[in-house]
Design a binder for this molecule. Structure first.
Ligand SMILES: Cc1ncc(COP(=O)(O)O)c(C=O)c1O
Length: 398
């Protein structure tokens, strides 16, 4: 079993020793500053004292942790802990080879979040605006407004699909002011995709000089044949930036590694804004993760199975769930989720925060089997009456 390996113990032991030497310990001030509903930043400590014992279904992480091959590679990288100019393990070349691009088309970041931030900084100079759907991964909109630019947010359609014609209209109407278009595919928090034909329509229709940022953080979990990665558009030389992360399928959220792929000219515009201060271990881990496709397959299967089992239970209990292509899903609980999340927390289950305007929709990440059982049990306690009952036929077949 992955979690019990000697490699894992050696790695975790070395890491704990390294952190102990650095004198790192919790800072309570960070917690005090936390406002209701604010998304915490990677690396910010979690405020729950009992964090280790809680079912962690709030942040779309990979509950199974990195593969043994990745842990071993990171352990090997640890020997450079005392160096400034350590070897990189060939991470940029490995990413370039993986996608059939050149190293000049790759920009590394401490998580793909850093690359998203860099895109905001590089393409929103002169108070330009970003166009995207709402709700989506709102860190992007936050970076945008922090850099004194603005976001033009296009609401989701009634069935929660992303409104591509609406994005095209907004980009055309505001053409002079648009710095870039942001697409999250699959979308966070709804978990659904933009079909490949619609991505093509978007790229073929919007003004040719507007960069399109396509965030594929959840790419590896998709099963729908209507979906396709947008990396081929980068290869064609279109003004497209695709971001990927090692935080989800590779389970390296705490180690911080992601990247952007784009034509050389766009990467060159982005590079001065950062993207480089990565630790030695994660670079080695990233190279191993790209090779470990068997582990990716296993994580995808376990995630899909548990997501489908849990959502089937919720639907049978009378609740609407948005079909998801990711390691999380949204369920309509029929009332504001802020208090609902508190109710879950009392039962040792951490769930997603509120994503306005979908105030009654709870986002739940897929956790281990015991975590999902804990979630379902808590759900039935919090909503003992069930939701709108499904039609008899459906109830009988579920
Ligand atoms: C859609 C999306 N993009 C980007 C990120 C950032 O991830 P990271 O910085 O860990 O790569 C996340 C994190 O949850 C996400 O959901």
């Amino acid at each position: 079993m992955i979690l019990d390996s000697a490699t894992r113990r050696t790695f975790m032991g070395s890491l704990a020793a390294a952190l102990g030497l650095a004198g790192l310990r919790p800072s309570l001030e960070v917690f005090a500053q936390n406002r209701e509903g604010r998304q915490r930043q990677p690396g910010e400590e979690h405020p729950e004292e009992d964090y280790d014992n809680m079912a962690k279904l709030a942040n779309n992480e990979n509950c199974w942790g990195p593969s043994d091959a990745v842990l071993k590679a990171m352990n090997d990288g640890l020997k450079y802990a005392n160096r400034y100019q350590y070897p990189s393990g060939g991470i940029v070349e490995a990413i370039a080879k993986h996608h059939g691009v050149k190293p000049e088309n790759v920009l590394l970041g401490a998580g793909s979040g850093e690359v998203l931030k860099i895109v905001g900084e590089a393409f929103l100079l002169d108070h330009k605006k970003c166009v995207g759907v709402d709700p989506s991964y709102d860190s992007v909109y936050r970076y945008v407004t922090n850099s004194k630019a603005d976001a033009i947010k296009v609401p989701l359609l009634k069935d929660y699909r992303m409104d591509v014609p609406g994005i095209i209209r907004a980009a055309k109407m505001n053409y002079r002011d648009v710095g870039f278009v942001y697409i999250c595919n699959p979308n966070n928090p709804t978990g659904n995709i933009i079909p490949k034909q619609e991505i093509k329509m978007l790229l073929d229709t919007i003004p040719g000089d507007v960069p399109v940022l396509i965030d594929e953080a959840y790419h590896h979990f998709v099963t729908s044949s209507d979906y396709a990665t947008s990396v081929p558009y980068v290869l064609e030389g279109r003004p497209v930036i695709v971001t990927r992360t090692f935080s989800k399928i590779a389970a390296l959220a705490g180690m911080r590694l992601g990247y952007g792929l784009a034509p050389k000219e766009l990467i060159e515009r982005m590079r001065p804004f950062g993207g480089g201060g990565l630790n030695a271990m994660v670079k080695y881990g990233g190279v191993a993760a790209l090779k470990d496709t068997a582990y990716e397959k296993k994580v995808k299967q376990m995630t899909t199975d548990l997501r489908e089992k849990t959502t089937k239970d919720l639907r049978a209990w009378g609740y609407e769930v948005i079909p998801s292509e990711t390691n999380f899903f949204m369920v309509n609980v029929g009332r504001d989720v802020t208090q609902v999340a508190e109710d879950f927390k009392k039962r040792q289950v951490l769930v997603g925060r509120k994503f306005p305007p979908m105030n009654n929709w709870l986002r739940v990440s897929v956790g281990t089997e015991p975590e999902m059982s804990k979630f379902t049990a808590a759900f039935k306690e919090i909503f003992p009456a069930g939701g709108i009952k499904p039609a008899k036929k459906e109830a009988a077949s579920s």
